[in-house]
Write a protein that binds this ligand. Structure first.
Ligand SMILES: [Zn+2]
Length: 282
């Protein structure tokens, strides 16, 4: 009996020990596995994908995007970004910023005078835009008027030599370092592409000035310009990416497809191309 009792208790102890050990063993071996593999390797990329989809889908659905009828568009959009266009000066999707310059001798071959109101009468260089952008601008100004918003062009195309003399004048006045904070180095101005235009209200008040922000015209442009293929190129709060302070008046033509994508995702042209952010300070 004693032996039996003893052997029974030994068996019980062994069983208990085995249960405890395997229990501890399981807890001990699975937890590190979780944090080592699933936690660090799998979750972050899942998060990234989910976030992207989550950010795009609600906006696609709620953003009154009648043109957006495909459900695959978010995926397609990100996979069909034509990065070569960013470096092609003749593409309407070219990326020009403080890091990326146009070729020294670049001159758009299809500049025309858009048939819209400007705050000046003369038929001069800064009234010109590339033909595709000019046509879109005419449509945009007409669309604004239909909504009771009267726009005017302030300054569109600027040749390389104009930008150079403008910049040199600023350098003489304020020094190069300061000039660079508000004026583009020659070759780096979007106005040299023939695809950018500064816009104001028809009275010309606050033309290319901070006080244009918050006006009826600025609000209309912020909400409606993408429909016509334009983007607010230097949005508020994106200085560290674009290298420029908020310029509610500076519109850039990129074509309807890219403009709609940039508007829906609330991003900049730099982010669209996954380009390296441009530092806000020169
Ligand atoms: Zn501008």
């Amino acid at each position: 009996m004693n032996y039996r009792k003893m052997s029974l208790s030994v068996i019980l102890v062994c069983l208990l020990a085995a249960v405890v050990m395997t229990g501890c063993g399981k807890a001990g071996s699975t937890k590190p596995d979780n944090s080592g593999v699933i936690g660090s390797n799998v979750n972050p990329s899942n998060d990234g994908e989910n976030k992207g989809a989550a950010e795009e889908e609600p906006k696609e659905g709620t953003g009154q995007d009648a043109e957006h009828n495909g459900t695959q568009e978010p995926g397609e959009g990100s996979s069909t970004v034509d990065k070569a266009a960013a470096a092609d000066p003749d593409s309407v999707a070219v990326l020009v910023n403080k890091e990326l310059a146009l070729p020294e001798d670049y001159e758009p071959s299809d500049l025309v005078y858009p048939d819209v109101r400007f705050i000046f009468k003369e038929k001069i260089e800064k009234r010109m835009m590339r033909s595709e952008a000019a046509k879109a601008l005419e449509e945009m100004f007409a669309g604004a008027e239909a909504d009771g918003v009267y726009l005017a062009g302030v300054s569109a195309y600027r040749s390389h030599s104009t930008q150079r003399s403008l910049f040199n004048r600023y350098v003489e006045r304020d020094g190069e370092e300061k000039a660079k904070t508000y004026s583009a180095v020659p070759g780096h101005s979007e106005h040299e592409t023939g695809l950018a235009i500064d816009v104001s209200g028809s009275d010309g008040k606050c033309a290319a000035e901070d006080c244009f922000g918050g006006t009826k015209e600025a609000e209309w442009l912020a909400q409606q310009s993408a429909e016509y293929g334009f983007i607010i190129r230097y949005p508020e709060g994106k200085e560290s990416i674009t290298g420029y302070k908020y310029e509610p008046w500076h519109l850039r033509y990129v074509g309807k497809e890219i403009a709609a994508d940039i508007f829906a995702r609330d991003i900049t042209l730099e982010e669209y191309y996954d380009a390296v952010p441009v530092s806000g300070t020169p």
